[in-house]
Design a protein around this ligand. Structure first.
Ligand SMILES: [Zn+2]
Length: 296
């Protein structure tokens, strides 16, 4: 198997699982969005079912059909919520023998969206899964899922993707290096988010003008941008090397501020995020931050 998006720890756990005499039948892939959980599930399903000696070969019929989402034994379920009737249907299919390979692999994405009745209904099959069926649930956080489910699973942890990896993925897709570096910081280890920012294409206009704060739906991108500028300004003020500067496009955004003010502004950013999370009014606070930093 290969390290999908640098997820070495996950790869090793899965490889060891395959080597065991009795392969575990229920896995929980735990980690933030956009870090390769589904791609790793595919890699695992290919390794289990590939017909070549060097598994996964990525070129036999089974590997190719899994890559292209056309394998009848590889089911990726990513509904917003998984209702009780779908859970029952899954249980029925789970007891059928696989059609093309040795194992049937069910991947339930964002399993925190399972309703309580459907989770309970699946619990039985997770307790005693049919010998040729493997369940993989992906979740962002173990805290969001029933303990009775967690206790039956082999936990496979995923980490945020390293910045260098995100950088090279973006450059491969034609993103200029300057922008790729900046996005690799903004995307917080989430490849999907990084590609989204790149494809949206308005890297220059992430910082809305002061007067448009009222029309903002979320402060997230603006705050991320300001955080990068603050970081850059602190490096400049401290006489750091130009090579460590990420954002070339906001050179003049933060004027003549003292180091103290810049550091305080970091705390302010955190406070605005907290306001948003608790559904309080963050727009006034954001306007104050703009004033403070003389953003125009
Ligand atoms: Zn193969």
């Amino acid at each position: 198997m290969k390290d999908i998006l640098g997820q070495r720890r996950a790869r090793i756990i899965l490889e060891n699982a395959i080597k065991q005499e009795k392969i575990p039948h229920f896995f929980l892939f735990v980690g933030p969005n956009g870090v390769g959980k589904v791609s790793m599930a595919k890699e695992f399903a290919m390794t289990l079912n590939c017909t070549s000696t060097d598994k996964p070969c990525r070129s036999c019929n089974i590997c190719l059909s899994i890559i292209n989402n056309k394998n009848p034994d590889f089911m990726l379920i990513n509904n917003e919520t998984i209702g009780i009737s779908q859970a029952r249907e899954l249980k029925e299919i789970a007891f059928l023998s696989p059609i093309s390979g040795r194992y049937r692999v069910f991947v339930i994405e964002n399993a925190e969206n399972l309703t309580l009745p459907s989770a309970n209904s699946l619990l039985k099959v997770l307790e005693e899964p049919p010998s040729s069926t493997i369940f993989i649930f992906t979740v962002r956080d173990l805290g969001n899922i029933l303990k009775t489910i967690v206790s039956r699973a082999l936990i496979v942890p995923f980490s945020p993707v390293r910045r260098e990896i995100i950088f090279s993925i973006l450059v491969e897709r034609g993103c200029p290096e300057d922008a790729a570096l900046e996005i690799s910081y903004l995307s917080e280890g989430n490849v999907e988010k990084a590609i989204e920012i790149f494809e949206a294409g308005n890297l220059e206009r992430r910082l809305v003008p002061y007067l448009d704060i009222e029309s903002l739906e979320s402060p997230d991108t603006v705050l991320d941008t300001i955080a990068i500028s603050l970081r850059d300004s602190i490096i400049r003020l401290a006489g750091g090397d130009e090579r460590f500067i990420i954002s070339k496009s906001y050179k003049s955004m933060i004027n003549e501020n003292r180091l103290e003010n810049l550091i305080e502004s970091f705390f302010f950013i955190q406070e605005i995020k907290t306001l948003e999370e608790s559904n309080s009014d963050w727009k006034l606070a954001l306007a104050l931050l703009y004033r403070e930093l003389e953003v125009r």
